[in-house]
Design a protein around this ligand. Sequence first.
Ligand code: PBG
Length: 333
Amino acid sequence: MNSIIRPRRLRRTEAIRQMVSENKLSPEDFIYPIFVHDKDFKEEISAMPGIFRWDIKGLIEEVKRAWELGIRCIVLFPKVDDNLKTEDGAECFNEAGLIPRVIRKLKKEVPQMAIMTDVALDPYSCDGHDGLVDQDGNILNDETIAILEKQALTQADAGADFIGPSDMMDGRVGAIRKSLDKNGFIDVGIISYTAKYSSAYYGPFRSALDSAPRLNSNKLIPKNKSSYQMDPANAKEAYLESSLDQFEGADILMVKPGLSYLDIIYRLNNFSNKPIAAYNVSGEFSMIKAASMKGWINEKDVVLETLLSFKRAGAKLILSYHACDAANWLKEN
Ligand code: PBG
């Protein structure tokens, strides 16, 4: 062979490979999703080994541990008691509810950690949808937004740094931005679930919170969320959603799920001047966990390669249940 161009020269030693490496993971890239419940013990989520529904005390310790590992932001998800779930999900703006209590406690005990919240009705709704469901099974857009605004204000008032609308109602980012500003929360940011697809990868999350759409004898309940979450077949539509969210005041744009949607991360990072976040969702976590528990793949290597792929695609931030493990492994490396 007589080639003057030999790409392998730059792969020859560890030192050279590190010199020319284009992307690097660090713990500050991670946002760590944490489940919490109103009990005094922690409970492992069956489809997500190593991930728990935390009691408040245990959660504080877990967040301190995450901070020590270099993680700078967490996102909170509540497992709400069945008897607090209603058709309008009003528990979501109860100032004395689980999430506001957790935020206040965290801001006292670990004030340096940034806190992101989730805005949507599903954990609070007996129907298990992100918005209000009418008699015929329609998800009501504008009526839902009025409740989401109250939810966001309650979270901001408790001390949240970032509000995370995950509901996919039209116009919700703008409405939330306006009510935050009107109430003096001009510095509270919005990490918007911008391109959130109607995905089967959310299964373990829904069982963790018992938040899947459920039958209601009074009315029709759509079995899936496809009338508001995006069609997995669509990419162009992600440009529309990101234009809207950016125009309406989102600070960071999220793509969700991450792994099957790396092309969307890539496109939005080229299209937008906002930072992009990728959500490495529950089903993606469970697949890697299951295969590694079977001994079929090497967990550490597969996790780090997966997380790196989000950065290569263009994400600055990665929401991942692997966050603490990965931060630990990065330290070791
Ligand atoms: C709630 C919400 C969901 C997730 C984050 N926020 C589930 C859904 O939309 O049904 C999924 C996260 C995951 O699967 O890890 N609106």
